[in-house]
Design a protein around this ligand. Structure first.
Ligand code: G7M
Length: 545
């Protein structure tokens, strides 16, 4: 028998088309059902009828047998994955081709499964099953409602009364078990769909890039401005819209490599960028190698040119020239850049400071007061003049409120690299040093709402998050960093700079004046303004113990 694909409308056959075929998984049981439900669900979205469906028997779609297969065309990476959070845990590509089925017939497989699951739960009584489902639905909605959200969504829900009634009308244990199982199943599906979503987005971007390349779009002179960050004027635009690629660095003149780190594959450059026909401006450009884009990797490899650099028995190494299908560099541009920006991204000698409460008052605080480093970009975010479309959670309360949004360092593609920053609405809280008892509600509000929002929107649970403040921060308006634990040592997450938010809260609870009294250690670099103040105060002349 010729092996063919179970997806309706897919014409792939073994030996005819260059595709691989995969069995329906036997275990875990819900994975097999997820495949069937997803395929049938997607097919049923189309109502057009063309051709016959060979899977029909007596007007119903039969469950796939041991001989039935799905072909590699329906998986983003070309094969199924065993990881429930992987995009190819279920087939998702090219599913909604066509169907001859009316939706009520199509759902017969699912209905049968539902009946089986009612029986498996020990009921067999249809009426009881319906009651349980209603209770489960009620509990499910209640669970969703009790999840902390941004203040704007915290309204009284009219469903709430109905839910409580329904939930209490049924045997609480059975209905609770059913609802809990359903919730965990749905949570897995949500995580899965989030992954599918991000892979499809990156694929879309790749195709858009390819169309652009094939049209050989000429760079437009005004394009470069779109991706520039101008910290002096405070005007910043970060855009995900790649429909306007340009040759931003075509006229970049390199003056100096400021810093290079082969381990993190980053480099910072100082040079000039053209600002119109005859003018150019000082610019700091930070370049960083991006992580691999799995969805385009295979295609990229097919087109990559390689040069062998070593060969020994079964081992060989090669220099590969990537085909440039997906972007492989992230560039951050500061233009026009001041001497301070140049200094900030240059290589400098590190020096340890143990800042006592007296040193804070006599050296650090006056230095911060005189600092002219613009934080207009922060005020732009708070006033929704910049990056408003990137806001993840906002609490507008003037005392307890904040804006949570992706940090400039995160490209928002991969939640393993998640990096967000929460900036408080209240002005005047410069840093950790200003925090005392009266700020506990603010800190706890940020902690709970941001972690809930991150779980809801990116599927990363609180126990996989690293939440901390910097001391010294790079700007003196209170903000909190939220990074995924899987993100390996993000800059500033080391013991010389990061203070876990949970520890900060506990320290203040133990002593309301903790951060006004504590001696805090940190590293300054000889290019920092604060370093100069400490040097002028002869701090580095003596023994700093
Ligand atoms: O705590 P510290 O001050 O070191 O951290 C500041 C954080 O703000 C860094 O992680 C920066 O990457 C981030 N950041 C800096 N700028 C200029 C911007 C910006 O314009 N937008 C966003 N979203 N984050 C920024």
């Amino acid at each position: 028998m010729v092996t063919s694909c179970w997806v309706k409308g897919c014409k792939n056959r073994a030996g005819v088309n260059k595709v691989s075929f995969f069995r329906f998984p036997r275990r875990p049981e819900n994975k097999r059902q997820m495949w069937i439900d997803h395929i049938i669900g997607q097919e049923s979205r189309l109502t057009s009828s063309e051709g016959s469906d060979r899977r029909l028997r007596l007007g119903k779609i039969q469950e796939p047998s041991n001989h039935d297969r799905i072909c590699s065309d329906h998986f983003i990476t070309g094969k199924p994955s065993n990881d429930p959070l992987h995009v190819d845990y279920i087939p998702t590509l090219k599913i909604s081709l066509s169907t001859t089925e009316a939706p009520n017939k199509i759902s017969s497989v699912s209905r049968k499964k539902q009946r089986q699951s009612d029986l498996a739960l020990g009921s067999g009584d249809h009426h009881e099953g319906e009651k349980r489902k209603e209770a489960a639905k009620a509990l499910l909605i209640m669970t969703k409602m009790s999840t902390p959200r941004s203040s704007s969504s915290r309204k009284t829900n009219p469903q709430s009364k109905w839910c409580k009634q329904k939930a209490s009308q049924t045997a609480p244990d059975a209905s609770f078990a059913l609802a809990t199982a359903k919730i965990s199943h749905l949570e897995k599906e949500i995580a899965l769909l989030q992954n599918v979503n991000s892979h499809l987005r990156s694929q879309k971007q790749t195709f858009e890039d390819e169309i652009k390349r094939s049209r050989k779009m000429a760079p437009t002179p005004e394009d470069p401005k779109k991706r520039k960050i101008d910290n002096e004027s405070g005007d910043m635009k970060l855009s995900d819209d790649c429909s306007s690629s340009s040759l931003l660095f075509k006229d970049f003149t390199l003056k100096r490599v400021l810093r290079e780190d082969p381990r993190s594959k980053t480099i910072s450059l100082h040079g000039t960028l053209s600002k119109g026909e005859h003018t150019s401006a000082s610019a700091v450009v930070l370049l960083e190698r991006k992580p691999f884009e799995v969805s385009t990797l295979e295609d990229s490899l097919h087109k990559a040119r390689t040069t062998e650099t070593l060969s020994n028995d079964i081992y060989s190494t090669h220099d590969a020239f990537s085909a440039g299908i997906s972007p492989d560099l992230k560039a951050t541009v500061i233009c026009p850049a001041t001497e301070k920006h140049i200094s900030k991204y240059s290589e400098h000698e590190p020096f340890l400071v143990r800042e006592t409460s007296d040193l804070y008052k006599s050296v650090t605080e006056p230095c911060i007061a005189q600092s002219k480093f613009s934080i207009q970009w922060v005020y732009n975010i708070l006033a929704k003049k910049s990056e408003s479309e990137r806001i993840v959670v906002e609490d507008p309360d003037p005392e307890l409120g904040f804006v949570l949004l992706p940090d400039m360092k995160w490209d928002r593609k991969n939640s393993d690299q998640l990096y967000l920053v929460a900036i408080v609405h209240k002005h005047g809280i410069k840093s950790l040093r200003d925090l005392n008892m009266q700020h506990l509600p603010l800190l706890e509000n940020i902690r709970s709402k941001c972690l809930a929002g991150i779980k809801e929107q990116f599927g990363v649970p609180p126990h996989q998050m690293r939440v901390y403040l910097h001391y010294q921060p790079s700007y003196y308006h209170l903000h909190v960093h939220f990074t995924n634990l899987k993100l390996d040592s993000p800059p500033g997450s080391d013991i010389m700079r990061a203070h876990l938010l949970d520890d900060v809260i506990d320290n203040i609870k133990g002593d309301p004046q903790f951060y006004q009294k504590a001696t805090i250690s940190y590293v300054l670099r000889d290019g920092d303004e604060l370093y100069k103040w400490y040097k002028d105060a002869n701090y580095f002349e003596g023994d700093c113990s």
